[in-house]
Design a protein around this ligand. Structure first.
Ligand code: XMP
Ligand code: MG
Length: 182
């Protein structure tokens, strides 16, 4: 962590925030996920699609735990702008071609599910050989868009979390642990 933890614009001292999931817990769970995914996709090549920006650190750590050949792609999804609640409008941007591939979406968090639903439907329309979702976090909230998420790292309470790729208004993605902002 930086020596100066006080962000000049938000005045938040990140060193005082509650750690929800430590870097060690993240490492252990991602190792397990990597082993499970490697076993499930044995003798197959996997096309991983990271959802930017929040999923970039998770994807980078996950692929280093895989023991199968893979290719790495990204798409950009944005819905939150600079707020803590979803705007409900999810914009996607990519030039992926995944027809006939075994595809896995790698996302930071399944909150309302609006983002993952949009990503899933968009990629499904490309007729991949298979399409699964892997999310690091899933929030326990009412009224989520129901989705068949095959791999989940951690179920968390309805808190606003930052760190390990997750942002608030584009800040705090670099924090190595997942911490609560509320
Ligand atoms: P939905 O509601 O579409 O949300 O499932 C998914 C996207 O919203 C962002 N998100 C969060 N970002 N802390 C964050 O930093 C949170 O607690 C949080 N909840 C949702 C995230 O970008 C995700 O892709
Ligand atoms: Mg975000």
């Amino acid at each position: 962590m930086n020596d100066v933890n006080l962000n000049p614009e938000t005045q938040t001292d990140v060193s005082k925030l509650e750690v929800l999931i430590s870097r060690q817990q993240l490492q252990e769970r991602i190792r397990e996920l990597g082993q499970t995914i490697s076993a499930d996709y044995k003798n197959k090549e996997l096309d991983l699609v990271g959802v930017l920006k929040g999923g970039f650190i998770f994807l980078a750590d996950l692929v280093r735990e895989l023991e199968i050949p893979c290719r790495i792609h990204f798409l950009q999804a944005s819905s939150y702008q600079d707020r803590k609640t979803s705007s409900g409008v999810v914009r996607l941007s990519h030039d992926l071609q995944l027809s006939g591939k075994h595809v896995m979406v790698v996302e930071d968090i399944y909150d309302t599910g609006l983002t993952l639903q949009r990503v899933f439907e968009d990629l499904q329309s490309q007729s991949p050989a298979s399409l699964e979702i892997c999310t690091l976090l899933s929030k326990k909230i009412e009224g989520k868009v129901p989705l068949d998420v095959k791999y989940t790292g951690f179920e968390i309470e309805n808190r606003f979390v930052i760190g390990y790729g997750l942002d608030y208004a584009e800040r705090y993605r670099e924090i190595p642990d997942i911490v609560c902002m509320d």
